[in-house]
Design a protein around this ligand. Structure first.
Ligand code: UD1
Ligand code: UDP
Length: 361
């Protein structure tokens, strides 16, 4: 039996193809949803579309301080572990849900901890996610990296190379899956030129000042290009956005979308502005230029191929970088794999679990 821990929107999306492949191969698994995301449009809409993700357990932890949230998840996860005979448990990425799972599982000697999307580094310890991903990587028994850059980082931190496998990112599998491809065939019928904006990162939402600066830069972008901005607003950002005055005709706030509609939205956009992790990968794959509004990125591959420009709010260059990047020729190659990451992961896990070796650090 394999356990799969998830809790947030990106985990639901990126774990979908993994679970689909497990199901195809008739692997026994149980899904543990921590309830970190609970709003309908951050969790329920994805569970509705990705039926294989139906949770066996929903811990309903919800929003709390980092420590409270992680600690409460850990207590509940341990109870579930004791009731089941898991050989391995998978955690994904860098959320508090993944951290909670990793901290619990790493102390159970007979359960292997598997980290998907391992080895990402922003080298910016101000980000809670950077702390989470480092702790998870160092607690894990098997580490699946999206790219060779991630593997290099892990080896430089003295993680045993025998535990590390480069398989690509499962986001490619999700986008290429028949379900998603089928659903995104039709367009959204938006009749004007537009850009897409998403903002939820702690550094941009701690108070309204940074969000205000982002909106001002986007207003400049609209004035120069006449390209309107469509803004699916994360619930956390909504409260702050309500405190800011801006022209909602040009920067249009909307509710967060389901995955199919969001992919349709970005597919026909001129440019994306975002502080998201996953959207950096999707922009590369869908061939849309991107401005990442953050101080650092854990996805340097996207900068190297020219798909993405990192734009710090303090440098007030969001608008200028956007003008620069929309003029670029789109001829980059997606660095995140061939859409077969889930398949590769399955065969590696199968072999590894057969050996039944004790944990090694
Ligand atoms: C979390 C992850 C982040 C990931 C993001 C994906 C951590 C530390 N952060 O950030 O890495 O990029 O998910 O979207 O794990 N809220 C709601 N409804 C919800 C969930 C949250 O309204 O269903 C609001 C609450 O006001 C809450 C705030 O969002 O306090 C933050 O939620 P939280 O889960 O702590 O972090 P995210 O910003 O969503
Ligand atoms: N996404 C979505 N609907 C939206 C906005 C984003 O389905 O309205 C998807 C997006 O395609 C990507 C994922 O959510 O796959 C990214 O989630 P988020 O930015 O919240 O988290 P991060 O990737 O930064 O951890």
């Amino acid at each position: 039996m394999i356990g799969i821990i998830l809790g947030t929107r990106p985990e639901l999306i990126k774990i979908y193809p993994v679970v689909s492949f497990f199901k195809k191969k008739k692997i026994q698994y149980k899904i543990i949803h921590t309830g970190q995301h609970y709003s309908g449009n951050l969790s329920k809409i994805f569970l509705k579309d990705f039926k294989v993700l139906k949770p066996d357990y929903n811990l309903k932890i919800g929003s709390k301080s980092h420590a409270q949230q992680t600690a409460q998840m850990m207590i509940s996860i341990e109870k579930i572990i004791r009731k089941n005979k898991f050989k391995a448990i998978i955690v994904y990425g860098d959320t508090n849900s993944a951290l909670a799972g990793a901290l619990v599982v790493s102390k159970y000697k007979n359960i292997k901890l598997i980290h998907l999307e391992a080895g990402l580094r922003s080298f910016d310890k101000n980000m809670p996610e950077e702390l989470n991903r480092r702790l998870i990587d160092h607690a894990s028994d098997i580490l699946f990296c999206p790219t060779s850059t991630s593997k290099k980082y892990l080896i430089s931190e003295n993680i045993n190379p025998k535990k590390i496998f480069v398989i690509g990112n499962t986001i490619c599998d999700a986008i290429k899956s028949p379900l998603v491809q089928n659903q995104i065939k039709k367009d959204l019928n938006i009749t004007f030129e537009y850009a897409v904006l998403t903002i939820h990162r702690e550094e941009n939402t701690e108070n309204e000042n940074n969000l205000k600066k982002i909106i001002e830069e986007l207003e400049k972008f609209f004035k120069k290009t006449n390209i309107k901005i469509i803004f699916p607003v994360h619930p956390k950002t909504k409260k702050l956005l309500n405190k800011i005055n801006y022209d909602k005709k040009n920067i249009k706030p909307i509710d967060p979308m389901n995955y199919f509609n969001f992919l349709k939205l970005i597919k026909n956009s001129k440019i994306i502005f975002s502080d998201s992790g996953g959207i950096q990968e999707e922009a590369c794959i869908m061939k849309i230029p991107l401005i990442t509004i953050r101080n650092s990125t854990e996805r340097p591959e996207t900068l190297k191929i020219g798909c993405n420009i990192l734009s710090k709010i303090s440098q007030k260059n969001i608008y200028l970088n956007a003008i620069k990047i929309i003029k670029r020729k789109i001829n980059w190659r997606n660095p995140y794999g061939d859409g077969k990451a889930s398949q590769k992961l399955y065969y590696i896990i199968k072999k590894y679990l057969k050996k039944n070796e004790p944990k090694k650090y």
